[in-house]
Write a new protein. Structure first.
Length: 175
């Protein structure tokens, strides 16, 4: 029973502003870790290169023959080929504390008294019997629960994380 009481008392002892502050600081710390992880992923993607064939040309000749030519492979980072780090943010947080306390007290007292008397010539007798019973019941139940809920959603990466792509076409224009 002492353990049940301490659960309820612990829930009551934590002030709501402190609970909200701890939740907010926990979310801020978790958000910082998530952002750091996304930056580390972006760096790993930028620093990992693979060989890419930038173009393949299919040529269909007048007689129907098909041939292929390919440009020389080039090195591109995984970020350049389109692999992006995932960024997350906490979109909402909920604190829910509930407590049920039930107290029961009952007292029951029973008294039985019996009197018996006999009167005879020159003699007198009496008997008294008393029976007392006393019951006292106490009951206390404490149930407490607390729940912290956060919602984490993916968000698009910051737009400046990707390099601007420029295409310069120096081919002569057809005339």
């Amino acid at each position: 029973m002492a353990n049940q009481m301490s659960v309820g008392q612990e829930l009551l002892d934590v002030p709501l502003p402190e609970l909200v502050l701890k939740l907010a600081l926990g979310i801020a710390e978790a958000q910082k870790a998530l952002d750091s992880n996304s930056v580390e992923t972006a760096l790993a993607l930028a620093n990992t290169s693979i060989s890419i064939v930038p173009a393949i040309t299919q040529v269909i000749a007048a007689n129907g023959d098909v041939s292929f030519t390919q440009a020389a492979p080039i090195q591109m980072s995984l970020l350049q080929v389109g692999l992006n780090p995932t960024f997350y943010q906490f979109s909402e947080a909920t604190i829910e504390v509930s407590m049920d306390i039930k107290t029961t007290t009952s007292t029951e007292t029973n008294v039985k008294v019996g009197v018996q008397a006999k009167v005879g010539f020159g003699c007198f007798s009496a008997s008294v019997s008393a029976e007392v019973s006393h019951n006292r019941k106490f009951g206390k139940e404490v149930h407490g629960t607390s729940r912290l809920v956060t919602k984490l959603v993916p968000v698009p990466p910051p737009p400046r994380i990707f390099p601007e792509m420029r295409i310069v076409d120096n081919r002569p224009s057809p005339q």
